[in-house]
Design a protein around this ligand. Structure first.
Ligand code: ATP
Ligand code: MG
Length: 281
């Protein structure tokens, strides 16, 4: 993968590269993202090289302002780097036309954000099937797939509710349903549990990690929550727009799932134990 920076710009600093991944689905090389110009220029990412392997669960952690969301937006093709390369399946994204990038994003990625970004004027189902509508899927097929994913997240009975008339945990599950409706290969989550109480966070985390474990979805989670990071397979720490550590996460001790709730025999958290409580909300 070659980095092509215009000759007039200063070369980005060489910084420690992240761990190489066996079967990279997403890669960055010497990624630089600057906001503003001249005196006001701020380099949010300063030469960041990272590989994310297919099926990995990666936590991106670091202090506020370290560049986590900026990195996630670039990986998710929601924004373009100032310099450096983002590649998907080995192919630099800059080689693709804007329409192809939009299609790749819509068909390959799912997004879960801390702010729910649900359309208050629409029902739960309408919010969930938005990516299918964008992809031009016919209405009846949209409904079928939307209901299927709402069933999986135990929200089918809320399908015709207005999206705003839900609890925080339910809203977050609607966002996860919307992220899943296209059967994404990669799920990006930016502070997915930041607005939720402990029990509801556990439900949302269990859903995310269940998808990673059972369906091989690649999970990229931006978080301040070290317990959540500890459930990922790998922890990447940013500081001032650079990677300062990148290491596998040690497997949790048997019977002690992070988050303080019951663990099952394989070390994963028991969803049933918390779903019931959440439903009472
Ligand atoms: N549109 C923008 N214009 C100017 N500066 C920006 C812009 N977006 C982000 N920044 C700056 O870039 C840096 C990285 O921002 P980013 O949102 O990636 O941080 P973060 O690690 O996600 O922080 P947090 O944990 O608070 O969400 C910050 O210093 C921020 O002020
Ligand atoms: Mg952020």
């Amino acid at each position: 993968m070659a980095t092509a920076a215009p000759p007039t710009d200063p070369a980005p600093p060489e910084t420690p590269a992240g761990r190489p991944a066996a079967d990279p689905i997403l890669e960055t090389e010497n990624l630089v993202k600057s906001y503003g110009q001249g005196e006001a220029r701020f380099d949010a990412l300063r030469g960041l090289t990272l590989q994310i392997g297919r099926g990995e669960s990666v936590a991106i952690v670091g202090k506020s302002g370290s560049g986590k969301s900026t990195l996630m937006h670039l990986l998710a093709l929601l924004d373009r780097p100032s310099h450096g390369v983002v590649a998907m399946d080995g192919r630099p994204v800059s080689e693709l036309k804007a329409k192809a990038v939009a299609q790749l994003r819509n068909e390959t990625f799912g997004f879960v954000f801390q702010q729910f970004f649900l359309n208050p004027a629409q029902t739960v189902l309408e919010n969930v099937v938005l990516p299918l509508k964008i992809a031009g899927v016919p209405r009846s097929e949209r409904r079928r797939r939307g209901m299927e994913v709402l069933e999986r997240l135990e929200l089918a009975e809320k399908a015709d509710n207005r999206a705003t008339d839900l609890s925080g945990g339910q809203k977050q599950r609607v966002c996860i349903a919307r992220a899943l409706v296209n059967n994404p290969t990669v799920l990006f989550a930016d502070e997915p549990t930041g607005n939720l109480d402990t029990a509801t966070s556990a439900v949302v985390e269990d859903i995310l990690f269940g998808l990673n474990r059972d369906e091989g979805i690649t999970l990229v989670v931006v978080t301040h929550d070290e317990d959540l990071a500890a459930r990922c397979g790998r922890r990447v720490e940013l500081q001032d727009g650079q990677i300062v550590s990148d290491a596998p996460v040690a497997a949790p001790a048997a019977g002690a799932a992070p988050g303080g709730h019951m663990a099952t025999a394989d070390g994963t958290a028991s969803r049933a134990a918390v779903v019931g409580k959440e439903e009472d909300r």
